[in-house]
Ligand binder design. Structure first.
Ligand code: GDD
Ligand code: MG
Length: 365
């Protein structure tokens, strides 16, 4: 029999202090957690999903650009929950960040604490994971539950083998020779007392230190395997794909209307009637798309401008970036305020720094 989860309101921590290096230049001026995906700042997907799962109090553990979170996300009132922000003076690592907010997680040592990596768009059934966590195994309460998913290539993730009963038997972060394609999906449920056991006041990695030690010491760490929609949005390609999935309806989120649209165009964007915007693109407020331009599968952040006849495919334009007449982009990431002159030639995958000017020759000036 599972213990009741309704008696104690569940708390949650979102670890959101990373630098977002793999998303540069988009993260030059903001944390990746606030980049718009599907038309809203990314953390809105996670906070609204936590609220929908019955979580009453979310603590966002911040570091890089910490001051930007609260003005964008507020106190949680719009989701009917409480949202607090705790800033680390210097990044404490994923486990250090969780330990650092322990005081805000209630004082019931047997309580449940949900922890989310702040860059994962997941459609998994969090209430089902909480029920699984609340079901004792081998006559003892579960210490930690990890959502696990199967991926084609496990090398970029935490590799997490389990035994026949679902118990986690190891945890190897970013291994060149993964022993399984079952990986850490970045959503944990911690027994409150396990958080207290994390060393305080120093950098600790939950993936490299806490989980391997818990498994080694015989703690009851279990895998909750569910292959629902799942994507880590930590690269430009993944960010654009997640945004597209939300608009087209491949992914769902309580933060945005159900997607089955070709594109999501803000009321305060200006799109010429002869332009084509589709493939799950998002055009944010104050962005403009000129005559006969094509925008497909792409994200145009606030104030971005696409001039006439330009063709933007699977690309992301940062705030106020400007793409000149007839320029063609495929899989390109353009930083804030950058300017691509008419006649500029950019190879697929190129990243253009914030404020850079790419002249007609293709060379930055
Ligand atoms: N507060 C705080 N402080 N947050 C941090 C810190 C820190 O020092 N370091 C990282 N984070 C946050 C990041 O902002 C992000 O939300 C989360 O922790 C995970 O960091 P990433 O840098 O995105 O890690 P990853 O994507 O390489 O790997 C992680 O996620 C994979 C699933 O997407 C690991 O947890 C892997 O095991 C996992 O498979
Ligand atoms: Mg990540």
């Amino acid at each position: 029999m599972s213990e009741s989860l309704t008696t104690v309101p569940v708390k949650a921590v979102i670890v959101a202090g990373g630098f977002g290096t793999r998303l540069l230049p988009l993260t030059t001026n903001r944390p990746k957690h606030l980049l718009e995906v599907g038309g809203v700042p990314f953390l809105e997907h996670q906070i609204s999903r936590l609220a929908a799962a019955g979580v009453a109090h979310v603590v966002v553990a911040t570091s890089y650009r910490a001051e930007l979170f609260e003005p964008v996300l507020g106190d949680g009132g719009r989701w009917g929950i409480r949202v607090d922000y705790v800033q680390e003076a210097a990044p404490l690592g994923t486990a250090g960040a969780i330990r650092n907010v322990a005081a805000a997680l209630g004082d019931d040592p047997e309580g449940a604490v949900v922890v989310l990596n702040g860059d994962v768009l997941s459609g998994h059934d969090l209430p089902a994971q909480l029920r699984d966590f609340a079901t004792p195994r081998e006559g003892r309460p579960v210490d930690v539950s990890l959502h696990l998913v199967e991926v084609a290539d496990a090398r970029a993730f935490g590799c997490v083998p389990t035994d026949g009963s679902g118990r986690v038997t190891g945890f190897t972060e970013k291994s060149e020779q993964p022993v399984t394609n079952q990986v850490n999906a970045g959503c944990y449920v911690f027994r409150r007392r396990v958080v207290d056991a994390i060393p305080e006041g120093r950098v600790v990695s939950v993936e490299r230190e806490t989980f391997p030690a818990l498994v080694r010491e015989g703690a009851l760490v279990v895998g909750y395997v569910e292959n629902a929609y799942w994507r880590d949005v930590g690269t430009p390609t993944a960010l654009v794909a997640a945004s597209r999935d939300l608009v087209l309806g491949t992914a769902t989120s309580p933060a945005v209307p159900a997607g089955d649209q070709r594109a999501r165009i803000d009321d305060e964007a200006i799109v010429d009637v002869t332009a084509r915007v589709d493939g799950g693109s998002v055009v944010a407020r104050d962005a403009t798309v000129g005559k006969a331009a094509v925008v497909t599968g792409s994200v145009l952040m606030p104030g971005a401008a696409v001039e006439a006849e330009a063709v933007i495919v699977d690309s992301v334009l940062g705030p106020r970036a400007r793409v000149g007449r007839a320029v063609r982009l495929a899989g390109v990431t353009v930083g804030d305020d950058a300017v691509l002159d008419p006649g500029a030639v950019l190879e697929p995958g190129r990243r253009v720094d914030c404020g850079a000017v790419v002249a007609a020759s293709g060379a930055p000036s």
